[in-house]
Ligand binder design. Structure first.
Ligand code: NAG
Ligand code: NAG
Length: 287
């Protein structure tokens, strides 16, 4: 064996070891990469149920809300118009938002006994949701009843993904108070601070709780009702799913406000057609 041949064999062996090390190393990518590929973080779907009705500030309100929702991962927006037919305004807004959405409509049947809004719309949304959940494999998620003019921090969505059955948290500026919320002792709900109709079974606002979506299949009879007095819709739906002291307190044991019951002021508009010196009218432009 000549010296040159020995050198060549060592060289080949060295190269083989190099290639082997390269392959082994390639199988062990950076930690984060491996984490994303093999153990994706599970994010339950949030189903936001939003009744809406035609009014001058509707597009402004829906624009603001939809642009919050664009920042929420794994979100499905169920928007129900209080109307005989779906409007182009809402249809276009939903399409352009890029959100995952379901667009429904049903006209309200108000009577002199019940002026509650959103009853038929939320019930229709729950019917749709039950059908949808039956058709999908992963039924996990949470249902949140959202007004179209409230203000939502992104943090409220992070909180509700932790829900086991029904979670609750404080709501800002509602019921005549700075904060309306469950009172929490040792991590358990022990009471409520509401002063408006405190005798309600659940004296909390619609924006202050969310419900595990799988429970909607367990309780097919759960729905809102026109038969209850004003302010009792929250209690009406919650009674199917939980009890006063079983609510899961979120938002750091109900010490943080992540949602506000803001109301958009009704705009007062001048009828420019009736002015002595008329100004141009732009009726064809959507506002
Ligand atoms: C809801 O309930 C289901 C079934 O018990 C459970 O698997 C899931 O983790 C719960 N929470 C959420 C947010 O889906
Ligand atoms: C809520 O309070 C309980 C009991 O004091 C505590 O164990 C838990 O860590 C608290 N949770 C948060 C998120 O602060």
């Amino acid at each position: 064996m000549s010296f040159v041949n020995v050198k060549k064999q060592y060289l080949a062996l060295g190269m083989m070891i190099f290639v082997l090390l390269f392959l082994i190393n390639n199988n062990k990518p950076a930690f984060q990469c491996q984490f994303n590929q093999e153990e994706p973080v599970y994010l339950p779907t949030i189903y936001g149920i939003t009744p809406t009705y035609a009014r001058l500030a509707q597009k402004a309100d829906l624009t603001r809300l939809s642009q919050t929702l664009m920042l929420v991962k794994n979100f499905h927006w169920i928007v129900i118009e209080d109307s005989e037919t779906k409007t182009k305004l809402v249809e276009n807004l939903l399409k352009e938002s890029g959100l995952k959405y379901t667009h429904l409509n049903v006209k309200t049947h108000k009577s002199k006994h019940s002026t509650a809004s959103g009853v038929e719309q939320r019930n229709l949304a729950m019917d749709w949701l039950r059908g949808h959940l039956k058709s999908v494999e992963d039924k996990r998620g949470v249902v949140y009843f959202m007004d179209d003019d409230n203000t939502y921090s992104l943090k409220v969505f992070e909180e509700m993904r932790k829900i086991n059955k029904v979670g609750a948290w404080p709501v800002g500026i509602v019921g005549g108070m700075r904060i309306e919320m469950p009172l929490v002792t040792d991590g358990k709900v022990t009471g409520y601070n509401a002063v408006w109709k405190p005798f309600r079974p659940f004296p909390i606002d619609m924006a202050g709780f969310a419900i595990n979506s799988t429970l909607f299949l367990d309780k097919p009879e759960a729905k809102f009702s026109r038969k209850v007095q004003s302010g009792f819709q929250e209690s009406e739906i919650l009674k199917y799913f939980t009890t006063r002291d079983q609510l899961e307190p979120l938002a750091d044991n109900c010490t943080k406000v992540y949602v506000w019951h803001t109301r958009t002021q009704k705009p007062s508009i001048i009828d420019v057609k009736k002015l002595k010196h008329p100004v141009p009218v732009f009726d064809s432009i959507e506002v």
